[in-house]
Each structure stands twice: as C-alpha cells, then as structure tokens.
Write a protein that binds this ligand. Sequence first.
Ligand SMILES: *Cc1c(COP(=O)(O)O)cnc(C)c1O
Length: 398
Amino acid sequence: MSLANGRLHMALPGPSVMPDAVLQAMQRPAPDIYAPELNELTQGLIRDLRYVAQTDGHAAIYIANGHGAWEAALSNCIAPGETVLVPTTGIFGHGWAEMARSIGAEVEVLEHGRTTPIDPDRVRQALLADGGQKIKAVLAVHTDTSTSVRSDIAALRKVLDEVGHPALLMADCVASLGCEEMRMDAWGVDVLVSASQKGLMVPPGLGFVWFNERAAAVRAAMPRVSGYWDWAPRVEPEIFYQYFGGTAPTHHLWALRVALDMIRAETIEGVWARHRSLARAIWAAVDHWGAPMVLNVANPAHRSCAVTAVRISPPDGDRLREWCSANAGVTLGIGLGMGDKNDPTASGVFRFGHMGHLNATMVLGMLGSVEAGLHALDIPHQSGGVTAAACQISAEVG
Ligand SMILES: *Cc1c(COP(=O)(O)O)cnc(C)c1O
C-alpha cells in the first residue's frame, strides 16, 4: 500500500514550492502589452527586487533561467580574452566557470572541494599573484546548491579591498536569494545574479541581474555587448519593450508581484530568520539519526539555510528518495554532482530542499516521512530525529 496520495511535496532545491496565490495570479487572459499597467507593474517589481537583494543599484530582468543570468552578468563585463577567477565549492561554481569559458574568457579556477566554503586567503593569494591585475572579476557562488556549502561573500570584498585589486565581485545567489542573508550593497557585491524558481517562489523562467555603478562603468567601457544580454536598455528603457528585450513575460510578472508582496509582508529579515530556524530543525533531525547519515557540511556556520546535502551509505540515498516519493508523497533532491569513485552515481547522497514557501509543518512532515522510510528500509539510524526537529522548532519559536 502507498500513502502518497494527497498534496505532493517537492522538497527539491528548485523549482521550489509555489504559493497558491502565486499560481492563481497567473490565471488571467493575456493583457494589452501597450497599456500603462504593465509599465507600472514592472517598475514596482524592480523596486522590490532591489529590496530583496538589499541594494540601491540597478536590477535587470531577463526571460531566462539561472544559466541565462550567469551569461547576462558575464556578457556585460567580460570581453573575450579577459580573465575571471572562480573559487568553486560545488558544480554550480564549475558551471559558471564553464559559461565564462564559453564566452571566450580565460578562467582561473580555485577548487575548494565539496565540503568547505571559499577560503578568502586563497583568493587573496590568487589576487596578489595577479601582478598585472588581469583578473577582471571574481565569480563566487553564495550557496552552492549541489553541496549546500555557503560562502562568506563579504569576506571576499574585504580581501579585494585589502589587496587593492579592481576586479568586480560577482555573486551567484540563485539558491540563496530570498532564503538567506544577502546585503548586496553593505557586502560590496558589484554584480548579483538570481532566478525566479528558488527563494522567489515563482515558476522557472525569469533571470535577474543586479549591478552597481562600478559594474555599469565596466559595461560602458566594453567594446560590445550582445543585444539580448545588454543590461543598459533594460534598466533605462526609452520604450517599455526594452525592459525585456521584446515581449514582457506577462504572467511571470504577475506571479512575481504576489511573491514579492509576500516577502514584503514577512520582511526580508523575517524570511531569512524563518529559513535559518527551519534549517536548524533539519540539521537536528539528521544529527539525531546519526551515522552512517551525516550532514555534508560539518560546520553549521558554513551550511546553507536553503538546501541541505546529506551523506548516507550508498545506495541508500536513492532507496530513501524512491521510498519517500512512492509511499509518502514527498520528493527529495538527488545527490547532484556528488559522485566519486566510491559512489559514482552519488546514490549515497540526497538533498533536502527547504527554500521559499515553507513552514514548520511542511518540514516536520518531510522529516517524518524520511524517518518512516529509514524504518521501512532498515537503514541504520537512531529513532527520534523528528522529535529532535520538533524540539528545535519549539526552541526557535521561543
Ligand atoms: C539552480 C542554480 C543555478 C542554475 O539555475 P537554472 O535556473 O537551473 O539555470 C545556478 N546557480 C545556483 C547556485 C543554483 O542553485
């Protein structure tokens, strides 16, 4: 017998759970794209996108996913033959590096493995070794969704300033924006990228790039920027269609309006705090279940509050995911990019996605289903992980 019927829960690190109100906002006929309503809507969205990233800078919206936002950021600042430095903490760092190569950049990768954050001292050494200051940008992934490692972005700004290196600081916040603390201006981020389908709770399809005046000056000095990715007309359009380089993604914009209203109502600090508390409940459960289950990131200070990678004996990661999906109606994330020679298919890794529209009941339900799966599959564990999570939730609420 399966107990999976009922509302299915995707505990994936994106696309994340979409609020009913977001989905309902899209149930409308096509609008007149020449009427003033869409223009006002877009201006309001840009204002609130700035709030979510905590910046007074510019925000450009693309019909794209996170990969598109990566390419957009690079296309505006990096000409073929120019160099970028990419400290990596998982496959998304490597993905951004690959995107930089594909537009003709020279890419210097600083491999950090899969369990530890970006080491500012290694970045410092790389910048100091760059006597000719050829490095034009440092591309840093805030939360690498594959490993659930979170890096300290403000520490990278500090290093750039101390070394006196002019490289731009670019941050990939696809998995972290609208989930964990990000203060673009206070932390000195020059270019920030994100997408609609994770912390922002909207279907995949929108990519976002925020940038400050330093980055705008770099863009202005570029020999050329491809028409679609050029952010300049998008942030200062002479005519409405330039916001989107063509027809506006009308229904996504309505969805985003509702999602940003929800974030505004909770406040961005409230959103960050909720994610932190729910993450701690998940960590408490995994710690309680104990070996062979272990959180991929040992130090809580370096863990994402939006996604958690868990190691277990192969192939129990896959078995557990399959059991939960078939019998309990909850789908967990796969061990993306976590394969190695002992576990080539990463069947001993799974991930909890806990980003966006999520409350304590959803987290406790997910953990309870996982604990049922551990029992059913005879996977070694200490019973009571859900109780540990419940106690944590109670402590968080206070
Ligand atoms: C999901 C994700 C991406 C890629 O986004 P797509 O929308 O799949 O192109 C990039 N970086 C990070 C950190 C992500 O989590």
